[in-house]
Design a protein around this ligand. Structure first.
Ligand code: PMT
Length: 419
């Protein structure tokens, strides 16, 4: 993997967990360095950590209130454990004590930090810091192995002189190393330098100067895909319908309104694109003759003649040279049937099928929701069983989909190279 540029941290929301250890003083500098790289930092301290450095220090350095208590009425009213878990783009525990690692390994949530970790879907990393004997203890080693297996990233520890006077493995990594490792969390490099275009959001089809035909797409899925692809190293162009979302850092955005505008923008920027993802909910029809003046409500009924819009995805798939083309299918029923039909009919390389529904737990997924779940199909296969992307926040779903796209894209490219 290539070294991650530090500007990968720009605009990222890092939750820094500090546990009780002498290296907690280094986390003051770590907070500063993360902010220097453009990250926003919120600090959660365990009670033991506050014995080493005061919360006030981290409040001043992070520019945000420090969170210490799980059951703090005031904190829960402001930013409680669930909000903190959702807020974080990544969680870094530095220093991570043997005690906190043991609690995380057991899945315990008896303080704010461990509870936030349990509730988070963001990448989690820990930087162990402890005496060399504690570090080499079989229990600590087993706990770390179990965390790594569950997807936690382990940063260090380093070898060297320890606060207790002994020499050995167990020192927390240096601040620069931790900043670089945190930046790398947002830089899988799986799409390094790949040119990728995404459509997102709804389209508005004018009826008259004030009215339009639209749909409930918020653009969140497409914007999260743009963010995830950029983090994976891609050079991302995002063609956005009318949405109220901030542009993910490092992404080039082109705003459009109608399907025709989107079609034009896509075709204009298509040459050179290696991957195309159609996440937009493009209106299939538009009023044949949008009125120049506002329509008056004189008549009891009103007829609108609609005509077909261009199918952007199909046209991209029919272009030459063609990019790797990924479509979406949002369906209320027969998800697999319709998704497979679109894959074939539109000549796609891959299709991500999402159900427009409310889950058994009352969570709405798909359109205009924070959540989604995907079943992905490609020409020679599909995700099976446990590989399906289960209901999760769209940021997490997007990261998983980008990994899958990258792996299928690479397989196809390698096959073409050897053909
Ligand atoms: O925006 P959000 O609120 O986050 O919601 C995300 C989403 C549910 C809108 C998204 O995940 C999604 O599923 N988008 C596709 C919606 C859909 O139903 O598309 P479709 O079945 O009409 O079209 C299939 C594919 O063809 C899509 O990739 C679409 O972008 C593309 N298409 C469709 C029509 C058209 N004229 N041009 C196209 O490119």
């Amino acid at each position: 993997m290539t070294a991650a540029p530090l500007d990968n941290l720009f605009g990222k929301q890092i939750l820094l967990g500090i546990t009780g250890g002498i290296a907690a003083y280094k986390s003051a500098e770590l907070t500063r360095r993360l902010r220097d790289a453009g990250a926003e930092v919120r600090v959660v301290m365990t009670r033991a950590a506050t014995e080493f450095v005061t919360p006030l220090t981290f409040q001043a350095l992070s520019g945000n209130p420090v969170h210490t208590e799980l059951l703090d009425e005031q904190a829960e009213a402001g930013m409680g454990h669930i909000e903190l878990a959702r807020w974080a783009d990544a969680i870094l525990i530095a220093p991570a004590s043997a005690n906190t690692l043991a609690k995380l390994a057991q899945g315990r949530g008896d303080d704010l930090l461990t509870t936030v970790c349990l509730a988070s879907e963001a990448p989690l990393a820990f930087a162990p810091s402890m005496n060399r004997a504690m570090w080499s203890d079989a229990a600590t080693q087993q706990n770390c192995a179990s965390l790594r297996e569950r997807g936690y990233h382990q940063f260090g520890p380093a070898h060297g002189e320890q606060a207790c006077g002994e020499v050995g493995e167990g020192r927390m990594l240096e601040v620069e190393q931790l900043v670089a490792a945190t930046a790398a969390l947002f830089h899988s490099g799986v799409l390094q330098a790949v040119k990728l275009m995404i459509t997102a959001g709804p389209t508005y089809e004018a009826i008259d100067p004030v009215r339009f035909i639209g749909n409930r797409s918020s653009g969140k899925m497409g914007f999260e895909l743009a963010r995830a692809a950029q983090e994976a190293g891609a050079d991302v162009t995002l063609i956005a319908g009318p949405v109220h979302l901030d542009t993910p850092p490092g992404v080039s955005r082109i705003d459009v309104e109608s399907a025709n505008d989107m079609h034009q923008a896509v075709m204009q920027h298509l040459p050179g694109q290696q991957i195309f993802i159609g996440a937009a909910a493009v209106s299939d029809y538009r009023p044949a003759s949008p009125r120049q003046q506002k329509i008056k409500k004189d008549a009891d009924t009103l007829e609108l003649e609609l005509i077909r819009n261009p199918d952007i995805l199909s046209e991209v798939a029919a272009s030459f040279p063609r990019p790797f083309v990924v479509g979406f299918a949002a369906e209320t029923d027969q998800l697999e049937h319709y998704a497979r039909h679109k894959l074939q009919h539109k000549n796609l390389d891959m299709i991500a099928a999402n159900r427009v529904a409310t889950t058994e737990h009352g969570l709405s997924v798909g359109f205009n929701s924070e959540y989604n779940a995907l079943h992905v199909f490609w020409r020679q296969g599909e995700q099976a069983g446990e590989q399906l992307i289960p209901v999760a926040r769209k940021r997490s779903v997007a990261r998983q989909l980008v990994q899958l796209i990258a792996s299928q894209y690479r397989q196809q490219r390698d096959a073409q190279d050897t053909a």
